[in-house]
Design a protein. Structure first.
Length: 368
């Protein structure tokens, strides 16, 4: 009987796109192997106490090539866990754990190692350093590229989210991914008749737009650009919802057209109240989970090329907007009358639901 070890990072922001994708990956393994046959090892971040000791420890781990709280002692724990739990497969939920893949294959050559690329981390880190001008962290570039190259060398199977990432992995590391599995969710939203029949507010009153995303550079860069360059030109109010997003109150020129909510228990009321979803993402890699969320909630999307990357949307579900003028024209020519877009909901069910990706996981894990 097969038994899999799922290795992942944790996050204080449990509802980030990356964490939701990790949750999907673990649920897929549980569906295929059985819940009792899935073990989970979580790599916790460095503890905040004993600051001097922690800094010295981190410096040591950096020189060893580790990232994100990974260290040799944890690597040894995982290798020992493979023996004690009779593990047959190891699913590594980050390309930043290439050194772990190497260690496992060195100690257990017959273990099947799968590495999941949430994006090309090297490209993601490069954009982060550039946007934040945090050039002191150039070592992230070195470590991310090193770990991803090692992952491609030692993993039996590598999985990417979309064709763009797959081609970039091939270009950077000389290996094309064995499988492409896009962002998917378990469908947990079923609209009421009232929601499906509510008209949008595009006749006189302000159009209600929604942005959902946590506070990190890929989101804040785009939101600030939209608020400064696009929103003043539109009869629109923008609601921003996401963990840590209250920090934007000190970074934006606030007006009655902008509403910011930090941590909310449920996103559904915000999706149902919005007329459209705006996704002004200017940089990044991988696929944007917020795009799938918008489709699942039946939202029509105005988004950039980066926001729509990897999604098979047409004008029935979204309009491509890469400039301020594009957004203005799109708002003036919205092809929808109701808050709920049936075509978006239909596309989610046909291409981005959990059952669709489960078949792809089964193929990549050679379980079909």
């Amino acid at each position: 009987m097969k038994k899999v070890l799922f290795v992942s990072f944790t996050s204080e922001q449990s509802f980030t796109g990356g964490q939701q994708c990790s949750k999907r990956n673990k649920q897929s393994l549980e569906a295929l192997y059985g819940t009792d046959n899935v073990c989970h090892y979580i790599i916790e971040p460095y503890k905040k106490r004993h600051k001097i000791c922690t800094k010295l420890e981190r410096i040591r781990d950096i020189f060893r090539g580790y990232m994100g709280g990974m260290k040799r002692s944890r690597e040894n724990e995982i290798v020992e866990m493979i023996d004690s739990q009779n593990i047959t497969d190891v699913f590594i939920d980050s390309s930043l754990l290439g050194l772990l893949a190497k260690s496992i294959k060195k100690n257990h050559p017959l273990i099947n190692v799968i590495v999941f690329f949430h994006n090309t981390e090297y490209s993601f880190v490069r954009d982060s350093v550039k946007v934040n001008r945090d050039y002191f962290r150039f070592y992230w570039l070195i470590l991310s590229k090193y770990n991803e190259s090692v992952a491609c060398r030692y993993a039996d199977t590598i999985i990417a989210l979309n064709e763009r990432d797959a081609l970039e992995i091939k270009q950077l590391y000389g290996r094309y991914p064995d499988c492409i599995i896009p962002i998917t969710f378990k469908l947990d939203y079923h609209p009421s008749e009232k929601v499906m029949s509510t008209s949008i507010n595009n006749r006189g009153s302000r159009l209600k737009a929604l942005f959902v995303g946590s506070y990190f550079f890929g989101n804040t860069q785009g939101v600030k650009w939209f608020c400064n360059e696009v929103l003043p030109k539109l009869n629109m109010e923008l609601t921003i919802v996401g963990s840590g997003m209250d920090a934007l109150k000190d970074e934006l020129t606030l007006s009655d057209k902008i509403r910011i909510y930090n941590d909310v228990p449920l996103l559904t009321p915000f999706f149902e109240d919005a007329d459209i979803m705006v996704l002004p993402i200017l940089s990044g890699s991988g696929m944007k989970v917020k795009t799938a969320e918008a489709l699942m909630h039946g939202k029509y999307i105005l988004g950039t090329s980066e926001a729509l990357r990897g999604y098979n949307v047409t004008s029935k579900q979204a309009m491509l907007c890469d400039t301020a003028d594009d957004f203005v024209k799109a708002v003036d020519n919205l092809p929808i009358k109701y808050k709920f877009c049936k075509e978006s909901y239909k596309l989610f069910n046909e291409e981005y639901s959990f059952d669709i990706s489960l078949k792809l996981f089964a193929q990549s894990l050679k379980m079909l």
